[in-house]
Design a binder for this molecule. Structure first.
Ligand SMILES: [Zn+2]
Length: 237
């Protein structure tokens, strides 16, 4: 599936860096991907369709034994609320508490902490795709995650992503908001530290980052600096 913001310069840069790190994927990243595919199947058997998008170390293929797992969760919620906020949503709690933690304890080779960073209600997503408002929070988050993250259970998400992809006007309308998301990401100390950590890990393994990738990583951060004061980067409109 083509990322919704595939042509966006920040997304391109982010994904090029990611692709490089993924070529040196750790065994822990691989086994966690495998485990989450298994969890999605078990949760599905329990009657809840769910998909996960990975952010952080698994997205970059750089998870080690002690790494937390950071995920975005997609599920269909029949409650009357739109957004499935953390403490109000029963399907969310079911997946989070009963299934996810239980499964991780029971099945993972070495147990790890799972952080659900965001949750997207597929019913709301469907409504918002219908409405087609480019300032919709759920649409912007969905398009962003699907542009930069790593998916488990693509089958569930394919129809939504196809539908968004067909609406190029909507995608164009959302593009200015991508800067804001990357901007908040780059202000997040954790993200910058992680990037450095991944680089160091490769160097410890005797892998030298090619100059072109080092330049891209630098450029990636410089693009953010240029955005201070909400100026879009030069030549990237
Ligand atoms: Zn809900």
């Amino acid at each position: 599936m083509i990322p919704p913001f595939a042509s966006h310069p920040l997304v391109q840069q982010f994904n090029e860096i990611k692709k490089y790190f993924r070529q040196h994927e750790t065994d822990d990243s691989r086994s966690r991907m495998r485990e989450f595919r298994h969890y999605a199947r078990v949760i599905d058997l329990a009657g809840v369709e769910v998909a996960f998008d990975f952010v952080g170390s698994i997205n970059f293929g750089q998870a080690t034994a002690g790494s937390d797992v950071d995920i975005i969760m997609y599920l269909r919620c029949e409650n009357s609320h739109d957004e499935c906020t953390l403490r109000e949503c029963r399907p969310f709690l079911e997946v989070e508490n009963l299934l996810l933690r239980t499964l991780v304890q029971a099945y993972a080779e070495t147990p790890y902490e799972v952080q659900i960073i965001d949750c997207i209600n597929l019913n709301l997503l469907e409504k918002e795709l219908e409405r087609g408002d480019p300032t919709s929070s759920v649409l912007i988050r969905f398009a962003f995650y699907r542009s930069v993250c790593r998916l488990v259970n693509a089958r569930l998400m394919r129809p939504y992503q196809r539908r968004l992809h067909r609406d190029s006007k909507l995608i164009e309308g959302m593009k200015p908001h991508v800067f804001a998301i990357f901007d908040s990401l780059s202000r997040n100390q954790q993200h910058n530290l992680s990037m450095r950590k991944y680089q160091e890990r490769l160097q410890d393994c005797g892998v030298r980052l090619p100059a072109s990738i080092q330049e891209r990583i630098l450029a990636h951060f410089e693009l953010h600096d240029e955005m201070d004061g909400n100026r879009p980067p030069r030549g990237a409109t």
